[in-house]
Design a protein around this ligand. Structure first.
Ligand code: GDP
Ligand code: IMO
Ligand code: MG
Length: 432
């Protein structure tokens, strides 16, 4: 039986991780976020009611499941408290279920201002960030000058650290970017006020996980963003500022990497990307439009339209290796219903030369032409189907071809946004 299951996005985010984490949380004692911040938008649909989570783990709607925010996550107190309030209004006892590591760096108003100032300054080269201050917050963490959750317990220290950090941020904002500064007093007051809501939930997340291991408890690690947005291994510089890949689960929580039992890669039955950067299988025609409309492809955090394209098995092969994927969950299969043909990109062509792996130089990624395998589509609806044998045979062939190319089993198939619209062929926790 697996005890530690890691859920990873394998594309450019928004693969439907939240819905799968919520599903699997039924089998888990804890769900842990390990990287990213409120740039994430994880959608759960239960009994027709939609909940979008940004910072809080997607197990929060499950009674009896502890939700943990590990040290790898950057925390905006404002976003956290707002999300807590939304959940409390729905009757979810967040305070009882949520625990936060004292080592989480804080995302400040000045990080958000810097994020937006930098994007503006990049002009045509803008990354298309979510504008939540995530990049600048991680910069300060790496530069060893960040404010952390632990500072909330030491008011004098907090004030001193905030003053020197804001001095730097305001210098940059005013002198370099020509923007307004962030007033120190207001920021301090805001942090102190919000901290009263957050402090009672601060706990040693690493220790909680250690105890869970000793007690043979099942833990689900919830990745945010996706493999191609990884700061080191993604389509740099059009990436986010954290390690979205499997190693992040260890460094972002304090769990040893030897403890990993199963890594589940979440992949859409096609590909989407929000923000700028290379995307070889992007479609600019009616088909792209159709995927966007049927898949309701609008960002869960910013509401921006997502770019859409065919399934890219080349980048997926890399994601399988990078993350040591045990199995895959293919989501949004129903979005492909009714198509005459479906395509899988099985190679790139660069300067007339076929490639079976992404190009060595990331700068050339955008010049890759996709090479496709075409397969017959299916006309019947797969929406809400819960058993594999009920799927149209063309849909089965499409999935089996993906398994064959990636040499990885598809253990879960999702056929709708609702919690129940799912086919489970093999339970990652091994309980089915
Ligand atoms: P995440 O960031 O990976 O958690 O994914 P998002 O929540 O940002 O985006 C996934 C979107 O697809 C959400 O609107 C989900 O409700 C929806 N969704 C998830 N699984 C399915 C599915 O199997 N079929 C359909 N049609 N929608 C799905
Ligand atoms: P979930 O967890 C999709 C993208 C942004 C931008 C780049 C950098 O819902 O899958 P950032 O604000 O992180 O500095 O932006 O990363 N991005 C996401 N795209 N899903 C996400 O999260 C994303 N989080 C960030 O659009 O291209
Ligand atoms: Mg999302």
């Amino acid at each position: 039986m697996s005890r530690n299951v890691i859920v990873i996005g394998t594309q450019w985010g928004d693969e439907g991780k939240g819905a799968i984490v919520d599903l699997l949380a039924e089998q888990a004692h804890a769900v842990v976020r390990f990287q990213g911040g409120h740039n994430a938008g994880h959608t759960l649909v239960i009994g027709g009611e939609k909940t979008v989570l940004h910072l809080i783990p997607s197990g929060i709607l499950r009674d009896g499941v502890s939700c943990l925010i590990g040290n790898g996550v950057v925390v905006s107190l404002e976003a956290l408290v707002q999300e807590m309030d939304e959940l409390l209004n729905k009757g979810v006892p967040v305070g009882e279920r949520l625990r936060i590591s004292p080592a989480c760096p804080l995302v400040l108003s000045s990080h958000e201002a810097l994020d937006n100032a930098r994007e503006r300054a990049r002009g045509n080269e803008a990354i298309g960030t979510t504008g939540r201050g995530i990049g600048p917050a991680y910069e300060d963490k790496i530069a060893r000058r960040a404010l952390r959750i632990s500072d909330l317990f030491f008011p004098d220290l907090l004030e001193g650290r905030l003053r020197s950090l804001l001095d730097l941020h305001n210098f940059l904002l005013q002198q370099y970017y020509g923007m307004d500064s962030i007033p120190f007093d207001e920021e301090l007051q805001k942090i102190v006020m919000l901290s009263e809501r957050v402090k009672p939930m601060v706990a040693d997340v690493t220790q909680i996980l250690d105890e869970m291991q000793a007690g043979e408890r099942s833990v689900l690690f919830e990745g945010a963003q996706g493999t191609m947005l990884d700061i080191d291994l993604g389509t740099y510089p059009f990436v986010t500022s954290s390690n979205t890949t499997v190693g992040g689960a260890a460094t972002g929580t304090g769990m040893g990497s030897g403890q990993v039992d199963y890594v589940l890669g979440i992949v859409k039955a096609y590909t989407t990307r929000v923000g700028a950067g290379p995307f070889p299988t992007e479609l600019f025609d009616d088909m792209g439009q159709r995927l966007a409309e049927v898949g309701a492809e609008f960002g869960a955090t910013t509401g921006r339209p997502r770019r859409c394209g065919w399934f890219d098995a080349i980048s997926l092969r890399r994601a399988v290796f990078i993350n040591s994927l045990t199995g895959l969950a293919v989501t949004k299969l129903d979005v492909l219903d009714g198509l005459e043909e479906v395509k899988i990109c099985t190679g790139y062509c660069l300067d007339g030369v076929p490639l079976e792996v992404p190009p060595l130089l990331m700068e050339r990624y955008g010049d890759c032409e996709p090479m496709y395998e075409s397969m017959p589509g299916w006309q019947a609806s797969t929406s809400g189907i819960t058993t594999y044998r009920e799927l149209p045979k063309e849909a089965q062939s499409y999935l089996e071809r993906i398994e064959e190319i990636l040499q990885t089993p598809i253990d879960i198939i999702s056929t709708g946004p609702e919690r129940e619209a799912v086919i489970i062929r093999r339970q990652p926790f091994g309980l089915v």
